[in-house]
Design a protein around this ligand. Structure first.
Ligand code: SAH
Length: 254
């Protein structure tokens, strides 16, 4: 930890409290203020000094409790020389959770910050469900993709299906459970074979972890009527078939 640093953007990992980094934990133990998200395991708050201020900035029933701008402002307001402010985010701070925007804001205002990486949910979900994200027999690449499949403000699709669908690269979709049918349909339409294995992993690394395995063709129908809790990631690719032999953690399945 550098002396002048005021804000630490810390990745809390995917759920299992054992998956935070040693450096992340050290930041928590020295924190004066902690701003934390919904996806952060509450176990971590026990590590924070008793006098520290804990601020929940996560979501309530699908709505952000605090808009992103408010979170940014709060970070800056709390930051002071000699004080340790920890912004604790689920998974890795720079994978989807808007950590990049928070860092940009701190940089603009001139608040010294550090980023402590975390184990991102997609990789953790893969490992804990017995799916190696790459494997020499299956693929040499893996891509993390947002499952928000709507068009952006310029009416362009957010996800570039033409690039993602062809080939054999493993695809890991975050925030995609509600769009599973679109994801499967677009991948098939842009060239991924219909029998490509799909794994849906919910509450990864926790005792509630649940994994459903299917194919691009059948997955949307298979999960109909199944109550799959969020958060969940969707993994697409031949590597998913390795789970048959490599599963070691979750027992509840399809
Ligand atoms: N920064 C986080 C991702 C934030 S976006 C990270 O690196 O992991 C939130 C999405 O992450 C969720 O919609 C879900 O797709 C995924 N996610 C987070 N925790 C998860 C978990 N324990 N199991 C499965 N997916 C999870």
């Amino acid at each position: 930890m550098k002396r002048e640093t005021q804000v630490y953007l810390v990745g809390a990992g995917p759920g299992d409290p054992g998956l935070i980094t040693v450096k992340g934990l050290r930041c928590l133990k020295q924190a004066d203020v902690v701003l934390y998200d919904k996806l952060v395991n509450p176990e971590f708050l026990k590590e924070v000094p008793k006098a520290a201020e804990l601020i929940y900035v996560g979501k309530v029933k699908g709505h952000h409790l605090l808009p992103q701008e408010e979170i940014n402002k709060l970070l800056v307001e709390k930051a002071q020389p000699g004080r340790v402010v920890v912004r604790l985010k689920g998974g890795d701070p720079y994978v989807f959770g808007r950590g990049g925007e928070e860092a940009q804001y701190l940089e603009e205002i001139g608040v010294p910050f550090e980023v402590v990486p975390g184990v991102t949910a997609g990789f953790a979900a893969a490992a804990y469900s017995g799916i190696p994200v790459t494997h020499r027999d299956c693929t040499t690449s893996v891509t993390l993709v947002t499952g928000h499949t709507k068009v952006d403000s310029n009416e362009q699709p957010k996800v570039n299906w033409q690039c993602l669908a062809p080939g054999d690269g493993t695809l890991v979709f975050y925030m995609g459970l509600g769009n599973l049918d679109t994801i499967c349909r677009e991948l098939i339409a842009h060239g991924r074979p219909i029998n490509t294995p799909v794994g849906i992993i919910s509450c990864a690394t926790t005792s509630q972890q649940m994994t459903v395995v299917s194919t691009l063709e059948n997955a949307p129908q298979k999960i109909q009527g199944m109550e799959i809790p969020t958060p969940a990631v969707i993994i697409v690719g031949e590597v998913v078939s390795l789970r048959d032999k490599l599963r070691w953690f979750d027992t509840v399945t399809e």
